[in-house]
Design a protein around this ligand. Structure first.
Ligand code: NAD
Length: 475
C-alpha cells in the first residue's frame, strides 16, 4: 500500500494490529480473548447505483462494526477516494479503543463511501448520502440502539442531517430516532459544542502533556503552551479548531499544510487572517505574511515544537520520519504515523500523543448528544435557573454577613446557572484530563512500556476485556 505521496507502507489495519499485539504482552489477558478483542465483528461492503447527470455510477461503500462488547457501536462516516475495507476496519478498531479510553459506553464502528465529495454537487451528495443510509437501514446497520454514525473526513452536519431524515422516514414510530446519528445541526437536536469538540479535545490533551515539567525536561521543552511553535496539517474541522484553541492559549502557529501546499513563518501566522485569505482565494498559498514551501509534505519537516497532523493516515512514514523536527507529535488525525515511522521517532526521543486518546473529544461529545436525544431534553434546561437563584441567595447572605456589597457585574459572574455549552465543555475537559492521567500512569509506572501509544492500548484492551469477562463469555 502507498500513501498519496506514493510512499509504500503497511496496511493501516495491520498497523493497528501491530500496536495491539505489542500492547497485549503487557496485559494478563489470555490469547483467546485478545484475539476476540482484536478482530472486526461485522464488515458490510456494499455497492449501489447513483444517477449523476445523465449517467449511473456504481459506488463502493462500507460500514464496519469492530466490536459488539458494548452496543450501540459508534464511529464516523468518511467520504474520500482513499476509502477501502482496510482503512474502514482500522478506523473502526481505533473507535473501540478510543471509546474504552474515555469511558464512552459504545463499541467501535466506522463507515465510508469511496468518493471525492468535490466531484459532486450538493444535490448529488444528498442522493448518495440518502442511498447509503437506506443500505444501512436494509441491513440493520444503523439505529440509536444498534450503530450510530457521526461526521469524519469529508462529512459534516449537513450529511448527518440527511442521514437523520432518511432514518426517520423509515422509522417514523421511533421515539428515540434522533439518536441514530450524532454531529447533527443544533436545529435538528444536535448539541452545542460538537462541531469544535475534537479540536478542543486535542487542545486539552496537548495542554496536559506540556504542563508536566518532568516530561518536558526529558524532551528539552519548557512547560506551558504559550510561545510553543506549532505546525498544523489539514485545515478542516479538526485542524481548524485545534489551531484556534492553541492560538487562543498563546501558542505560535508557524506553519500550515493543506492539499494545495504548505506555508511557513517562524514568527507566526494569524489563523483568522489565513482563514479569510483562504476563503477569498481558495487556497492557503501566497498568503502575504508567510513563505510558500515547495510541497505540502515539506511543511511537516519544518522547525517547530509541536506537529499536529489533522488530515489523514500514513502521512509520517519511515521515509520522512528522520526529517521531522518536532519534539511532540499530537495525532489529531487517525493513524498519521505508521508503526515503522514511530520506531524512528521514538528513537529520536519524540513524544507522540496517540490518536486513540487525542482525538477522542469528538466521540465524547457525540455521546453527550446521544444522551440528549434519548432524554429528550437539553442539558441545563431543568437546573439553570435553579442554580442561578441558589447562588444569588448565597451572595445575598455573604453581603449581609460581611456588610459589604458585591457589584451587579460580579454577582452575574458568581450567580450563573450552566448552559448546555458550559456542561458540554466541562464534561469534555473532565474526560480528556482524566483519560490523560489514566494513560500516563500506565506509561510511567510500567517499566517496560516505552511510549504513550502502548500505554493507551493497554488501558483500552484491559477495559474491553473486563466487559467480556463480566458477560461470562471469557473466564
Ligand atoms: P475534514 O474533511 O473536515 O478536513 C480534512 C482537511 O485535511 C481538509 O481541509 C483537506 O483538504 C485536508 N487534507 C487532505 N489531505 C491532505 C494532505 N495530504 N495534506 C494536507 N491537508 C490535507 O476532516 P476532519 O473531520 O477534520 O478529519 C481529519 C482527521 O481527523 C481524520 O483522520 C479523521 O478521521 C480524524 N477525526 C475526525 C473527527 C471529527 O469529529 N471530525 C473525530 C476524530 C478524528
Amino acid at each position: 500500500m502507498s500513501n498519496s505521496k506514493g510512499v509504500k507502507h503497511e496496511s493501516f489495519f495491520k498497523n493497528v494490529e501491530k500496536y495491539f499485539d505489542h500492547a497485549g504482552q503487557f496485559t494478563k489477558i489470555p490469547s483467546g480473548l485478545l484475539n476476540q478483542i482484536k478482530v472486526c465483528n461485522s464488515v458490510y461492503k456494499m455497492k449501489f447505483p447513483v444517477k449523476v447527470g445523465n449517467e449511473y455510477q456504481v459506488l463502493e461503500a462500507y460500514r464496519v462494526q469492530h466490536s459488539h462488547h458494548r452496543v450501540p457501536t459508534k464511529g464516523g462516516i468518511r467520504y474520500s477516494e482513499g476509502v477501502n475495507q482496510d482503512e474502514v476496519m482500522a478506523l473502526a478498531a481505533l473507535m473501540t479503543y478510543k471509546c474504552a479510553i474515555v469511558d464512552v459506553p459504545f463499541g467501535g464502528a466506522k463507515g465510508g463511501i469511496k468518493i471525492n465529495p468535490r466531484d459532486y454537487n450538493e444535490a448529488q451528495l444528498q442522493r448518495i448520502t440518502r442511498r447509503y443510509t437506506a443500505e444501512l437501514i436494509k441491513k440493520n446497520f444503523i439505529g440509536p440502539a444498534i450503530d450510530v454514525p457521526a461526521p469524519d473526513y469529508g462529512t459534516g452536519e449537513r450529511e448527518m442531517a440527511w442521514i437523520l431524515d432518511t432514518y426517520l422516514a423509515f422509522h417514523p414510530e421511533s421515539i428515540d430516532g434522533y439518536g441514530c446519528v450524532t454531529g447533527k445541526p443544533v436545529s435538528l437536536n444536535g448539541i452545542r459544542g460538537r462541531r469544535e469538540a475534537t479540536g478542543r479535545g486535542v487542545f486539552f490533551g496537548v495542554r496536559e502533556a506540556v504542563n508536566i515539567k518532568k516530561d518536558m525536561n526529558e524532551i528539552g521543552l519548557s512547560t506551558g503552551l504559550e510561545g510553543k511553535r506549532i505546525i498544523i496539517q489539514g485545515l478542516g474541522n479538526v485542524g481548524y479548531h485545534s489551531a484556534n484553541f492553541f492560538q487562543e492559549a498563546g501558542a505560535i502557529l508557524v506553519g500550515f499544510c493543506e492539499i494545495e501546499g504548505a506555508i511557513y513563518n517562524k514568527n507566526g501566522i494569524d489563523l483568522a487572517e489565513l482563514t479569510k485569505w483562504r476563503k477569498e482565494t481558495g487556497s492557503i498559498m501566497d498568503f502575504p505574511k508567510a513563505k510558500n514551501l515547495n510541497s505540502s509534505w515539506e511543511g511537516l519537516e519544518q522547525e517547530c515544537d509541536i506537529l499536529i497532523p489533522a488530515a489523514l493516515e500514513n502521512v509520517i512514514t519511515k521515509d520522512n520520519a528522520p526529517r521531522i523536527k518536532a519534539k511532540i507529535i499530537g495525532e489529531a488525525a487517525n493513524g498519521p504515523v505508521t508503526a515503522e515511522a514511530q520506531e524512528i521517532l521514538l528513537k529520536k526521543g519524540v513524544y507522540i500523543i496517540p490518536d486513540l486518546y487525542l482525538n477522542a473529544g469528538g466521540v465524547t461529545v457525540s455521546y453527550f448528544e446521544w444522551l440528549k436525544n434519548l432524554s429528550h431534553v437539553r442539558f441545563g434546561r431543568m437546573d439553570k435557573r435553579f442554580t442561578q437563584y441558589a447562588f444569588e441567595n448565597v451572595v445575598d447572605v455573604i453581603e449581609k454577613l460581611t456588610n459589604k456589597s458585591i457589584s451587579k457585574k460580579e454577582k452575574s459572574i458568581i450567580a450563573r446557572g450552566a448552559e448546555e455549552i458550559d456542561l458540554v465543555d466541562s464534561g469534555l475537559e473532565e474526560t480528556m484530563v482524566t483519560a490523560f492521567y489514566g494513560i500516563r500512569d500506565v506509561w510511567k509506572k510500567h517499566r517496560k512500556i516505552e511510549d504513550m501509544r502502548t500505554a493507551a492500548f493497554v488501558t483500552a484492551i484491559n477495559k474491553v476485556a473486563d466487559a467480556y469477562v463480566a458477560m461470562g463469555i471469557f473466564p
